[in-house]
Design a protein around this ligand. Structure first.
Ligand code: SAH
Ligand code: SF4
Ligand code: F3S
Length: 461
């Protein structure tokens, strides 16, 4: 952990806005860590910024439009403060490169998804020369020793750590493989070093990230699977909890499923995107599994770890999706009864094969299906939350709740938010909380006296 190098200078203000997924959240953290040694301190007010970093997402058309309108809205700030530098990173930056600079003349720097590690160098350069640039390298840039710098204790108890990047699956609707490149895993020693630094900075829960974590280890010199990675982190670090996302159903191994039963520190929650309940649609999406395969894996998981919480992603209105296909998706949701679901209406993405499929579904039909599906899921999620009432859960206490300083908030192993009365001294611990009430997106609880703990029970690892 290092202190900012230029302490004698006035701190520079860095404003970061992150769109999209947790991979982007992680890259935004990296940007913060990489710029800290240059004296950049994060601010929450955009008006005060010397540098604005936008981490962009391109996964659906709407996400991309949001980014364009946000960049457009910054024109006014730049006019008011010409020394302000505006940097766009992330997936829209990778997708459009120079075109983004052409489109927005108030944008100073465009950083492709593999260029995050160069941000400090590039920012210094444009600060000196006043020029504009787009940097889209073919390989990842990670400065030597990057992991050893800039990790400060900022009160966070949970931190993301990317373990693999990119994706080789090329699902026909998806832009990710084009903007994030081919799959590549980070060597275990790098991951371990980062987690240990996070631990020293007070982090207690690590979220391991990758577009397809099941492929972790491919291409590394060391022979290591994702399940090995989880077990080793559980054994070799002091993290109280381990989470991960995202898992592709076709690659979910028995070995990984077993971790849920055997590794006490691994949270009992799996995000397993199914996308559709129709084999015909799944095949056209190029997902590489059938509904029967998916259900078989869900059955195995529940056999091994009956309490596991399952969440998923679903796309409605994929090209050629008939009413019957959609009914099959609803049947699947009814059968599995996910704890929570992220659902989207299909949208065409550049490069993705499905963009050229000619049998597009009418937008109104897709919208209607989405409303029906979300209505159904809201009822299931509520029912699952209500079933928690009366149970005792272990909650990693994160801090005061949004609404009251006297109430603490945290998450259960199943990833449910629980609010309960307690003093802030309990932050960072795992508390035993009796669930007394349920809402659609959170639970209410009662702290069980004297029952807070520093971690999992003996015998678990
Ligand atoms: N790697 C993850 C998903 C990354 S994208 C996985 O394989 O599951 C997150 C979600 O966005 C996807 O699961 C999918 O449901 C949705 N999505 C991706 N492309 C989309 C598109 N073109 N239209 C609508 N939803 C899309
Ligand atoms: Fe996209 Fe499919 Fe890769 Fe997920 S697995 S990132 S949905 S191509
Ligand atoms: Fe979006 Fe890129 Fe993540 S497209 S979902 S920010 S990988």
């Amino acid at each position: 952990m290092s202190e900012p190098l230029r302490q004698t200078q006035k701190p520079l203000n860095l404003y970061i806005r992150t769109f999209g997924c947790q991979m982007n959240e992680y890259d935004s953290l990296r940007v913060r860590r990489l710029l800290a040694p240059l004296g950049y301190m994060p601010v929450s007010d955009m008006e005060e910024a010397d540098v604005i970093f936008l981490n962009t997402c391109s996964v659906r058309d709407k996400a991309e439009q949001k980014v364009h309108s946000f960049i457009g809205s910054l024109r006014r700030l730049k006019a008011k403060k010409p020394s302000l530098k505006i940097v766009a990173g992330g997936c829209v930056a990778q997708q459009l490169g120079e075109k983004l600079l052409d489109r927005f003349d108030h944008l100073d720097l465009v950083l492709g998804t593999r260029a995050v590690g160069s941000i400090a160098r590039l920012l210094e350069k444009i600060n000196e020369t006043g020029g504009r640039a787009a940097c889209l390298p073919d390989t990842d840039t990670r400065e030597p020793g990057e992991d050893d710098r800039g990790i400060f204790a900022d009160g966070s108890l949970t931190a993301p750590v990317t373990v693999m990047q990119g994706c080789n699956n090329f699902c026909t609707y998806c832009i990710v493989p084009y903007v994030r490149g081919r799959e590549r895993s980070r060597p275990y020693p790098d991951i371990l070093r980062e987690i240990r630094l996070l631990e020293a900075a007070g982090v207690r829960e690590v979220l391991l990230l990758g577009q397809n974590v099941n492929s972790y280890g491919r291409g590394l010199d060391e022979k290591i699977t994702f399940a090995d990675l989880i077990r080793r982190i559980a054994e070799e670090t002091g993290m109280l909890r381990i989470r991960f996302t995202t898992s592709h159903p076709k690659d979910l191994t028995e070995e990984l499923m077993r971790c849920f039963a055997q590794v006490g520190k691994l949270c009992k929650h799996l995000h397993l995107p199914v996308q559709s309940g129709s084999d015909r649609v799944l095949a056209r999406m190029g997902r590489g599994y059938t509904v029967a395969h998916y259900l078989e894996k869900v059955g195995r998981l529940r056999e091994m770890c009956p309490e596991i919480a399952l969440t998923s992603d679903v796309i409605v209105g994929f090209p050629g999706e008939t009413e019957e296909d959609f009914r099959k998706t609803m049947d699947l949701l009814e059968q599995v009864r996910f704890d929570n679901l992220f659902s989207f209406r299909y949208s065409d993405r550049p490069h993705a094969r499905a963009a050229s499929f000619t049998d597009k579904v009418e937008p109104e039909t897709g919208a209607r299906r989405l409303v029906e599906l979300q209505g159904f899921q809201a009822a299931v999620s509520m029912e699952k939350n209500l079933a928690e009432v009366g149970r005792v859960r272990e909650v990693l206490v994160e801090g005061p709740s949004k609404t009251s300083e006297a109430r603490m908030t945290g998450r259960t192993s199943h990833n449910r938010i629980v609010n309960f009365e307690a003093s802030p001294g309990i932050c960072g611990q795992i508390a035993r909380v009796k669930i007394t009430g349920a809402y659609s997106h959170s639970l209410k609880g009662l702290l069980l006296a004297g029952a807070s703990e520093g971690g999992p029970q003996p015998g678990e690892n």
